[in-house]
Design a protein around this ligand. Structure first.
Ligand code: HDD
Length: 691
């Protein structure tokens, strides 16, 4: 590692060695130890004779192995697997009437941002398509300090009080005695805990929906979850909920696809984000605010401090106030994505907390965890965590201090004058909203948190029939992995309060009798109206842009068809991925060589949003003989994918035993067809085939 490279643009105080560190000739820098000592031999340790023992004096060997031995840091106790990128937030219009937060004062102002997406339960090396909540953590480097919105892709949470968080996470992660299953909630401990915590049932509905298996980070929403406050320069405070709305629309995969993707490409989500940014198809989200006041909070049917509840968008519309664009992948995964430290307590003047007991607990937890994970209190010295605005304080020393304040005064008040005296408070700096908090000291859950089923039901009835069917199937799958029937029964008992039909379908699927419903802590509200905002399919993309078409080709394929298809795919802003029998590619009808991104075995159709099959007659005959090719097509069909094909490819369809009559999700290549086909693909899947 050369120092110049290591510190590019980030540590101007450390200079590269200059000419003395260049090797003669090829311009590559000279290899050194971490102390800067040049090496003449990095291939052999120092030994007493070529076959003799390694010597203790070999400081080159010792330093290298010492550093290697210490490469790992503790992974995050939750959200261990994640992927980050840089970008910016751009404010659409001044929000000074609402908040004094600096980033919202001027239309068009851009604030640098870093975003880390994650799964929750799996370890660092787990697969991307686990059924799980996704973290959506945003660090905004504002001119008045770093503001972190540490959210998820689901707007509610499992528990109402942070004191239950360790129990929740213990129950969700692998069982401590056997260390499995990893990155799965389909096990007794998780469902035991869920079934004993009625407050979790609303969130259970969300994680059993396809929200928990997103197509990619680009196609999911983000939520701040809690109610926060925005405060303007006059000190007027209003409540606010934060939303990130993907401009790409919402999209998820189906469970059988998730299972396949995890095997074929466990890095599916991180690869997708990396490719989109590298290829210039920059993902964007709009920041949405639901703003409301005490009057609304008092008449709302639920407590706005309860993190297991949403505020329906029909009741308080989402106002879109800016856009978040991710435009740069990290230079180094560890330095940035692994070492980035989010904290709900990182807020700025103009933003404030509420008394949501989950948020209050989080404000304690995040600093604590960074101390453990990053090894000391100076993690704000790391470039990804450091503010990008000027900062001055008297904090000093500690492990790895890199930016101690300069000057003589390291305390205040002091009587030193001018710059020598160091920073002073400014009355316009952060001030908490002076909220009165009367009441005795108690360990109690507020009565206003007691309705656990009404919004769970509202979520369920807001889904399309396809989505409802996916939820029932997910519940059957998950509970089928639970060994203890009494846990299954307890959970299904709760479902009866959500929807009797759903409970019945799950009972059917599991082969069990309908259990008793538990006595609810509070009678649910029977008639909350459905909310379209809660469905993925009602908020899907309106075109095929940004998604991937897998194109299976064979030697001898009609070059005109290939060119027409590729032009249409590019014109639609979609990504073509050529799949060939061999990775060396194919030779088309006119001898043109077409390179392949994948061979059939390495690029199964589950990796694509839709597929096209353009073959020559000979090619189709050959592929009909190949198991992998038949499975490629049969899977695409079974997963409800839209399929474009040419006449010559028919033998492969016959060999894959697909119905001779094509359904409406299958289209034959012809004039104008690529465009029509791609328009059709906006609908995600041909659901009619999957009944
Ligand atoms: Fe948390 C990480 C989101 C409740 C304690 N949390 C973490 C991350 C996200 C969330 C996105 C990963 C940040 C990153 O990418 O580095 N957490 C949430 C949301 C919650 C929530 C949306 C509920 C609304 N979390 C929650 C509670 C506690 C924690 C109640 C503890 C009382 N969370 C942590 C943590 C983590 C964390 C242990 C692990 C790694 C880290 O903080 O940096 O402190």
């Amino acid at each position: 590692m050369d120092q110049d490279h290591m510190n590019r643009d980030k540590r101007p105080d450390i200079q590269a060695g200059g000419d003395t560190h260049q090797t003669a000739g090829d311009g590559r820098p000279r290899m050194t130890t971490a102390q800067g000592t040049p090496l003449s031999d990095g291939q052999n340790s120092l030994k007493q004779g070529a076959r003799g023992p390694t010597l203790m004096e070999d400081f080159l060997f010792r330093e290298k192995i010492f550093h290697f031995d210490h490469e790992r840091i503790p992974e995050r106790v939750v959200h261990a697997r994640g992927y980050g990128a840089h970008g910016f937030f751009e404010t659409y219009e001044s929000l000074s009437e609402l908040t004094s937060a600096d980033l919202f004062q001027r239309a068009g102002e851009r604030t640098p941002a870093f975003v880390r997406f994650s799964t929750v339960a799996g370890n660092k090396g787990s697969a991307d398509l686990a059924r799980d909540v996704r973290g959506f953590a945003v660090k905004l480097y504002t001119q008045q300090g770093n503001w972190d919105i540490v959210g998820n892709n689901i707007p509610v949470f499992f528990i109402q009080d942070a004191i239950k968080f360790p129990d929740l996470i213990h129950a969700a992660k692998e069982a401590p005695d056997r260390a499995f299953p990893q990155a799965q909630t389909a096990h007794d401990n998780f469902w035991d805990f869920m079934s004993l915590m009625p407050e979790a049932i609303h969130m259970v509905m969300w994680i059993m929906s396809d929200r928990a298996i997103p197509r990619s980070f680009r196609f999911m929403e983000g939520f701040g979850v809690h109610t926060f406050r925005m405060v303007n320069a006059e000190g007027e405070a209003r409540f606010v909920k934060f939303h990130w709305k993907p401009k790409q629309g919402l999209q998820s995969v189906t469970w059988p696809e998730a299972v396949g993707i995890n095997g074929a490409d466990p890095d599916f989500h991180r690869r997708d984000l990396w490719e989109a940014i590298q290829f210039g198809d920059l993902p964007e989200w709009e920041l949405g605010l639901q703003v409301f006041d005490d009057e609304f909070a008092n008449r709302f049917a639920f407590d706005i401090l309860d993190p297991t509840k949403i505020v329906p968008e029909e009741e308080v519309p989402v106002r879109r106030v800016g856009r978040l664009v991710l435009d740069r992948v990290v230079d180094n995964f560890f330095a940035e994505t692994e070492q980035v430290a989010f904290h709900t307590g990182n807020i700025v003047p103009g933003i404030d907390f509420t008394d949501d007991p989950l948020l209050q607990g989080r404000n304690f937890s995040y600093l604590d965890t960074q101390l453990k994970r990053l090894g000391g209190p100076n993690f704000t010295h790391l470039p990804v965590n450091a503010p990008k605005c000027p900062f001055h304080h008297f904090q000093q020393d500690g492990h790895m201090a890199m930016a101690n304040p300069s000057g003589r005064a390291n305390y205040e008040p002091n009587s030193w004058s001018g710059a020598e005296g160091g920073p002073r408070e400014d009355p316009t700096g952060f001030q908490s909203v002076p909220v009165a908090a009367p009441g005795p000291k108690v360990r109690e859950r507020s009565e206003s948190f007691a309705d656990h089923y009404s919004q769970a039901r509202q979520f369920y009835i807001s889904q399309t029939p396809v989505e409802q069917a996916h939820m029932a199937a997910a519940l059957v799958f998950e509970l089928s992995k639970v060994e203890h029937p009494e846990i299954r029964a307890r959970l299904v008992g709760h479902l009866r309060h959500v929807n009797e039909e759903l409970a019945g379908e799950v009972c059917d699927g599991l082969g069990m009798d309908m259990p008793e419903a538990p006595v609810p802590a509070r009678e649910p509200i029977p008639d909350l109206p459905p909310s379209d905002a809660l469905s993925i399919l009602k908020n899907g993309p309106n075109c095929f842009a940004g998604r991937k078409l897998g194109i299976l080709l064979s030697d001898g394929v009609d070059i005109d068809q290939v060119e027409a298809l590729l032009a249409a795919v590019r014109g639609a802003g979609a990504i073509p991925a050529i799949v060939a029998p061999r990775i060396g590619g194919v030779k088309a009808s006119d001898g043109t060589e077409i390179g392949a991104q994948e061979c059939i075995d390495g690029g199964p159709s589950v990796l694509f949003d839709a597929v096209a099959i353009l073959l020559s007659e000979g090619g189709a005959g050959n592929l009909a003989e190949k198991h992998a090719a038949r499975v490629w097509l049969a899977d695409a069909f079974a997963h409800g994918k839209f399929i474009l094909y040419n006449d010559a490819s028919r033998p492969l369809f016959d060999a894959a035993k697909l119905p001779l009559e094509p359904d409406e999700g299958m289209m034959v290549m012809g004039d104008g067809m690529p465009r029509q086909f791609l328009d059709r693909c906006a609908a995600l899947r041909f659901w009619g085939r999957m009944r």
